[in-house]
Design a protein. Structure first.
Length: 246
């Protein structure tokens, strides 16, 4: 069966914490997500479950938001500024829900299911604002494809320099989602290119204490990639059906 047939055999329904736990190992961030405000799953329709061999294909987890986020203020102007702590907490909790996790089981990636999950569930949270923060957002912008607006903080100069250096030797930013793929490309470099990128990586690591002594290899590459992708992108969606409740 083709890709379109697979998508047609899936549905989005409300789920629970056990659905997140089932897929949590596939997410790049470790740890629990705290108190859930809502969980939705992508699952095969009943007649498709045996053929697909799973009951849960993807999951999205909504939670209560952090009370203070710098890029939230950038995105929303002075909506949450100029208030005492109690008033701000009340306004944020009343109007905002945060997307904490979006996970698609690896066999079903590349079908647009992550953006579909976001797009089809945001309005079901019953609030005027849905937000998300993703360190991999610049590489895999599915939140934007779902209709959210992105806001980015400034990138450190050393990160910009290394990203440019990697691009010069054929390691494009989109590859950074897979540390092993990055390592494979680095291992394939020879001569001046290999010497150039080694100097750039060593220079980059000078700002990270004992990490500057790490030897070339997958562990060092994972660390460097983590630093290059650690700048979160803030996303926000305003529900056109619900205004801000003051």
């Amino acid at each position: 069966m083709g890709e379109c047939s697979v998508v047609g055999g899936l549905e989005i329904v409300r789920g629970g914490g056990s659905d997140y736990e089932r897929l949590s190992r596939y997410h790049y961030r470790e740890g629990r997500v705290g108190v859930y405000s809502g969980v939705f799953v992508v699952r095969p329709r009943r007649s498709w479950r045996r053929w697909m061999g799973t009951e849960v294909v993807g999951v999205i987890v909504y939670s209560t938001p952090s009370l203070c986020m710098e890029l939230r203020n950038v995105a929303m102007g002075d909506l949450f500024c100029g208030l005492d702590a109690e008033s701000r907490a009340s306004l944020v909790n009343r109007n905002v829900r945060c997307i904490s996790r979006v996970i698609i089981e690896p066999r079903f990636r590349g079908l647009g299911l992550a953006s579909r999950l976001v797009r089809e569930t945001m309005g079901q949270m019953g609030v005027g604002i849905v937000e998300a923060s993703a360190v991999m957002g610049r590489i895999n912008p599915f939140f934007e494809r779902a209709g959210m607006t992105a806001y980015e903080g400034p990138m450190q100069r050393r990160c910009v320099q290394l990203l440019e250096a990697l691009s010069m030797v054929g390691v494009e930013e989109r590859v950074l989602i897979d540390s092993r793929a990055v390592q494979a490309r680095l291992d394939g470099l020879r001569g001046e290119e290999a010497e150039f990128i080694e100097r750039e990586i060593e220079g980059f690591l000078q700002s990270y204490g004992r990490r500057r002594l790490m030897r070339a290899g997958i562990e060092r590459t994972r660390y460097v990639v983590g630093k290059l992708t650690a700048r979160p992108v803030y996303y926000v969606w305003f529900n056109p059906e619900i205004g801000i409740r003051v």
